[in-house]
Unconditional design. Sequence first.
Lengths: 285, 514, 336
Amino acid sequence: MTRLTIPKTYKLAIGGKFPRSESGRTYEVVAADGSFLANAAKASRKDARDAVVAARKAVSGWSGATGYNRGQVLYRIAELLEGRRSQFVDEIVASEGVTRAAASTQVDTAIDTWVWYAGWADKYVQAAGNGNPVSGPYFNLSTPEPTGVVAVIAPQSGASLLGLVGVVAPALVSGNTVVVIASEAAPLSAISLAEVFATSDVPGGVINVLTGSPAEMAPWLASHADVNALDLAGAEALDWIELQVLAADTLKRVLAPVGGIPAPSLERIVAFTETKTVWHTKSLI
Amino acid sequence: MATEPTSSFLEYAPAPESTAILSLKSDYGLFIDGEFVAGNGTPFATISPATERHIATIASANAHDVDTAVAAARAAYDTTWSRLSGADRGKYLFRIARLVQERARELAVAESLDNGKPIKESRDVDVPLVAAWFFYYAGWADKLDYAGLGADPRALGVAAQVIPWNFPLLMLAWKIAPALAAGNTVVLKPAETTPLTALLFAEILQQADLPPGVVNIITGAGETGEALVNHPDVNKVAFTGSTAVGRAIAKSTAGTGKRLTLELGGKAANIVFDDAPIDQAIEGIVNGIFFNQGHVCCAGSRLLVQENVHDEVVDRLKARLSTLRLGDPLDKNTDIGAINSREQLERVRALSDIGEAEGAERWSPACDIPTDGFWFAPTIFTNVSTSHRIAREEIFGPVLSVLTFRTPAEAIAKANNTPYGLSAGIWSDKGSKILAVADQLRAGVVWANTFNRFDPASPFGGYKESGYGREGGRHGLTAYLESSGWGADRGLRSAPARIESSPTKKSRRKQAAK
Amino acid sequence: MTIAPITLAPAQRAVELIGGDLTEKSLRLHLEGLSGVDAVGLEQRAADLGSRSIKTTSKARALDTIIRLIDLTTLEGADTPGKVRSLVAKALTPDPADLSTPRVAAVCVYGDMVPHAVQALGAAHGDPDAGLVSVAAVATAFPSGRALLPVKLADTRDAVAAGADEIDMVIDRGAFLSGRYGEVFDQIVAVKDACRRDDGTFAHLKVILETGELNTYDNVRRASWLAILAGGDFIKTSTGKVAPAATLPVTLLMLQVVRDWHVLTGERIGVKPAGGIRTSKDAIKYLVTVAETVGEEWLVPHLFRFGASSLLNDVLLQRQKMTTGHYSGPDYVTVD
């Protein structure tokens, strides 16, 4: 007789903890062949609100860490992902209906993408900042700093883990904290990834994962006055222009949908930074 | 009521770091092509400078061995390293960084044993920086397009690297990490008095499964180094050491097409203004010249103190020196360790005697000097003038020369009045003055209200006879790269074609017999 | 319109140092002329001192020294005579299973609890330098200090009259932060005066700076000098009711001031870090910092105290480990 399995309960990830939706709602996650996979939490606007609170609370600690430290923490996540490869492969095979080989490639690429971004933490300032040769007796330095809390709509179709990593990692590098709406149809990797964060050295609240309907939650995040930036990467099927208009009320920095999975780029890191330029007088006497 | 013990609380009980963590071999070979092999030169001993006791017998590489090592590096470059993706090179470097962290305590103990520096420093400064250097450059390996040399810059090929004895493992990291990240392969020669941690590092490379030949470590003395830097099949030379040897290398590599970076001596000015945060300035002066027993190229060996606060600063400095502890490098409470070698001790003694003869006033705190080993008490010379030899020549020991100045402009003039130009310190509570003084100091590293701060993200290197080129940061990376267009129209050696294939899964290294 | 210089209350130290007519302005000029503090460097030096490795015989000695320097404290609104009696019993016999354990230096209580402390101490009440236990009372509307001066002075006099040997006062942080140094100064002088007993002796005055509220190290340096100039016998970091309370860098800074004062005048002022020191490991760092900054002559009850409550039990656990050779547990130390 084959062994009875212990199916996992998939919950939200908020503030380093794993609560069910405050609304009590769930929705069915089905495999590519239509069979039942899990009941995932269907997050409400209040969950989104709580996630933003948790993300804001985590900003000072995460952005206050040195770039080296953040790089170390992010690299540790890659180590943990590497250790959990088969779990992620299993989830992708079940969710997306792809072959094991394809799922393995996706996981490998996701881990390597993560490592690529981790390595930027203590160097993006050197690539995107600089001294400025102003005319006058002034020291002048421009430095890109994290913008704060970034709300992200992850790619809703295609490779779910790779899509998630491709939007979450670049925001974290500079010290932002993230509230991400996972792929509605394939959220399992997102929650497993959140479990990896929770067992790494990432402080609670740095990454918050909401599962459920992007259409329902996105407007609340787009209009939220305590969210600094909005990444609409996976919002092409939504009324994303309306979301951008909502975001405009509080002048959020907005990235438009990409239609697919964003390629790793320095620009994506810098998009979630603010450049601060400091002047200081210079005089010998 | 129990009577108070008569001994002093300040006589801390011994707190030795155990050497039991080490598992050293009695003999070490040369690390070439992923294996330890016998050297053809005459083996030599490495000893503990604190006790003069033998640690291990070290192989010596003669010209033939240098040939073998360079050939191994060249083969590894052509067949393996240049064909790996930057991401994969980065993964090897991340592995190395992690292994250094895992074996950090062992490396720190070995470093203190072989070099003589306090375990407090090797544990808290040297080894953490080593891991950090590898971590930092690991992340650059697949981002070379952003190094500032345009898209797709090229590695140089085989790098010959010769390092000094003052920060053995850290200097190794400064050399190897950026070279590998940029896609070069390496032949490195550690200093003859401090080969131990380089050899332990070679074992770490084996644990990281680094492809054979990518890093080769050949031990030996001056001749080995000379043969290495003058080898015709080397594309890049990186040297840290004395200005005299740096000069010789610059001459012998002239016209060869080899890229060269040099990190040489210094006679840094530590400038203390009357508005300095006084207690922190005293710490900065002490750290500046007594950290690592003053065996630091960027040591603040000249204190330039504003004349109106000279007496107060000197008084406070002397009081502070009385709590420095000199002794067993492996005791966790030791602040000042051993001088690295008998030769260096003689040099420090000789120059200090000259200082006295020149008319400067010499002072040291009371110190218990052990009978065995090489030791020199921290020493301050006051009433030093700019024309004294002890104000001009690099002593490379725990000896401070104190001079005065009246105005910021005079401080700058005196600070710059040297053929050296590695580093400088500025102590003041006034930001505008600090920045203006920093502007005018002809020094590659300027520390304000701090001293001896190193970070893999921060470029380090000198002006003038302190050498050229920078280590650390994005600038440190470019020392090992050339832009794609560079030399293409000059018929110079071009990079091999890149093949997008992953390295062979099976390591081609024979399993090392344990 | 002429502005008359505000003349401050006479305080011998201040007059000798600053000279002439001591005014708000002359005091301010002096305090603002003090050297600045670079926080990064200060904190680094503190971390360095904290990395000393104090083992075996040094550790055993350090543990006993720490106990002898503790002001065992209870400062709760809910304090009762019973609670104070329990505290005193602990102060006299920290470890009932090991009677070789030294006594603490003092018990520290609210002013109205002083009579209960005095009564409970009985014959053991006296000078800690002689192995007895003294009674320290917080006063001057502790912890906030937000009351008019007559209230604060009455607070002080009552405690002294009830038998307190030491008074831990708080400075007026509001006045300090708004630049009214003279007011802070005058209050300290007045409280010192209120410490005078009928027989002409004085209760020892500890001046709490509440460094957590002063916020910058430059302010702490100025407040330390001010407290000494105004006549304090001890400068104390905190009430323990505000975070951050005592830290190693802040205590190091205050010790540097005390060192400089000693070089200048030959006089020795005491230092008391209070609040947040819970482990022996931390307390040992403070001993090292004292010894290497002002000298080990300061490691005596009349020149250094720890304001602590839970620290004592951790020290006892460490002491037990050194005696028995194995790790101890909470069941082997008493709650007070």
